[in-house]
Design a binder for this molecule. Sequence first.
Ligand SMILES: Cc1ncc(C[n+]2csc(CCOP(=O)(O)OP(=O)(O)O)c2C)c(N)n1
Length: 910
Amino acid sequence: MLWHQKPCGRHTMDMSTPDHLVRHIDTDEQETAEWIAALQSVLESSGPERARFLLSQLASAARESGLNWRDARITPYVNTIRVTDEPAYPGGSDAVDLEERIAGILRWNALAMVVRANRAHGELGGHIASYASAADLFEVGFNHFFRARSSEFGGDLVYFQPHSAPGIYARAFLEGRLTEDDLAHYRQEITAKSLGHQGLSSYPHPWLMPEFWQFPTGSMGIGPISAIYQARFMRYLEHRGLMQPQPRKVWGVFGDGEMDEPESLAALSLASREKLDNLVFGINCNLQRLDGPVRGNGHIVDELETIFGGAGWNVIKLLWGSDWDPLFARDITGELVDALNRTVDGQLQTFAAHDGAFNREHFFGQNPALQAIGATLTDEEIDRLKRGGHDLRKIFAAYHAAHHHRGAPTVILAQTKKGFGMGTAGQGKMTTHQQKKLEQQDLLDFRDRFRLPLTDEQVERLEFYKPSADSPEMRHLQERRAALGGYVPQRIATGIRLTVPAMTSHAQFALEADGKEMSTTMALVRMMGNLLKDAQLGKHVVPIVADEARTFGMANLFRQVGIYSAQGQLYEPEDIGSILSYREAKDGQILEEGISEAGAISSWTAAATSYAVHGLPMLPFYIYYSMFGFQRIGDLIWAAADQRARGFLIGATSGRTTLGGEGLQHQDGSSHLVSATVPNCISYDPAYAYELAVIIDEGMQRMLARNEDVFYYVTVTNENEAQPSMPEATESTREGILRGMYCVSPCQQPQVRLMGAGPLLKEVMAAAELLEEIFSVRAEVWSVTSFSELARDGIACERARRLQHSGTETWVASQLADSTAPVIAVSDYVRAVPESIRAYVPARYVTLGTDGFGRSDTRASLRDFFEVDAKWIAYTALCEVYAGTKTAAEMRAIASRLDLNVDKPLSSTI
Ligand SMILES: Cc1ncc(C[n+]2csc(CCOP(=O)(O)OP(=O)(O)O)c2C)c(N)n1
């Protein structure tokens, strides 16, 4: 039934109903009633199974009749769980009251923390309104569901909505895990540490609070996708027999606004396809994001119900609190449900921001039936009507149902009020997200609202409140956590070490390549294949691909270790019988993520942090087109770094001129620039297979044997090359490889020094030969394995010299000290990469790189285009060697002798 808009104050509120919220007009109510009665009777006599069967039969009959009818997947705007199905609330008769009190205390302390920090330093920022809306959702979890890790149980994993961090700190304060001084230094980590306190980071950051936070969620969208792949990785570990199957759960509490991020929704179907009933999402639907309503003109809850439901999730709507139950019971004609169905979110927000009298007039005043329902309540009672996400009993019922649901992940769409309890100052206000100040009267109202035993003066001073240890609240809080095995969140990085096999066991072919032709990608895959066979380490290796295993020559691993699939293989693969046959298996070891770099990196992060999350170190290798790494999913890599990931990211087919035919979108010339900015990422761009072997060996030693919180980014290429054996002076070569540069072709009194990185070392070698043969110029050649490591060393040495007056020389300067010959550095990445070491080169320094858009052509054409081939390198060297001795005309003559077009435009301009 449609109804007409009513005037509201000075303005007219347009409460006309959007199309998708319109209920179809019933043209024959008696017929409708008969159908419903028939369904009821089937339910009573034959049970839900039969009722479901009949409904599906009806649906297929409708389809056959060409009705083109589909279930809209939107249920009415009411709770999914019926009152009669709600379980009893556990923990004794006063549990709800106690837990509401505890939630009130936490809300206060969280608020005080933010407001105090901002009274002292207006620049610090912080959020009150998000936790105010999410507090009850968290509390039911903390008191009844979130189980800690213990010696017998692996523990549940919780991804916390980032802006609710103050509330989680407030709880840890009551639990005795954080002190008042810690709370007083919210968002002041540097100052706090200098005073001997723990700094409290703005959002969950394992890097900054390594014993507290497990999962970084501060960047919207990362929490949801990470939680899904984490739940999947737990199954992977169980199915592979590496982890005891246990009924552990992954819980994620996220914002409704956050669901707009592509990453939030990207992996929903994976979760249902893999039947991840170990996964529960709670979406805090306070209907607001930062600037305004999430879906002002519709229902975000209904939209998410359609999306999650369509993706195969079990959906629970948790919209209204227990005090609405009697109202629904009185709603004989369905007017109340109709009104809720058509009241859009923007309007619901307005109702949240106003008092009981306003809601009576504008919501219950819409028609006589609603007025009659409203008349049973005082204005104060209307004001206090709770949304589902603020009612502990309703939340418990939803969590209980989710906890016991089998065969699919569950999402709970919990309707809340943003800034709940912040009164006229903040509740439901457009600006509430960023509010960090409250007037004294608002603070007093907040105290009264949540029954806090604080004097006016204590409120004025924003004192933190902690009841005595023997108070009923504290006893309850501690008892509940003890029953659930301890505190959450808690990050435990056990010191388990894995034995790293000797390089000769998996990389002998690379160390003694003896001129054999292979690309570094091939070498990497061969090393990984060998590591997979290692008796001890093998099972810890996790190869991950995003539909590019064949591109990188990994197809042989399909048979060798299998592709993980929770279902095994339900089909006979087309290539059955071939030695490379596509093999899926329940205990398969490869994670084949399809075309989802975001998914693959999330799997990688789950594996790379398994040492802390599950006490089980793993060694993931995620191999991908290097262009689709830092550029495409850089923020997820940044989050992995924050989470102290340990593993290898392999940027394959790398190098802007080395990838050849693939063109602009694929040719990577910048990933090393970005990777250099990630503090715990160690990056290498090796030229030779033996360099790669040394890097992989050192990486394993640091991450698995020495338990260092670093990860490796290594680029490999698809260009076949005659691979030399590792030079004799093994130790010094190893040191040079790892520090970033070493000499591969020394010469007496060089006139020029050429430094080549990765695939372009070959061009540099050829340039040196050319210089010698045609121009009789002596050139020395250096292999640069890592400009970023050289630059880091340079920064550290120079600083130590400035501050500690240390005499330590930078690696670059110490290596180049014995000559003042000009240095030419060449990289298949943008010039900014070799430029990063300019300050440490003790001679004239010129860089060549691949700035500009990539394009399709042969390697030779591309290297000429970007001016990084042997001839351009030789010409650049000659410009330095002949500086001041040759005329422009003579240099032009040299260029034309080398067949170079010096009049062509700069590569970055076309
Ligand atoms: C990738 C990213 N973009 C933007 C932000 C800034 N930001 C922080 S909170 C927020 C709004 C969050 O809204 P919602 O998810 O609905 O949570 P609420 O605070 O309303 O509970 C935004 C845009 C961010 N943290 N991450």
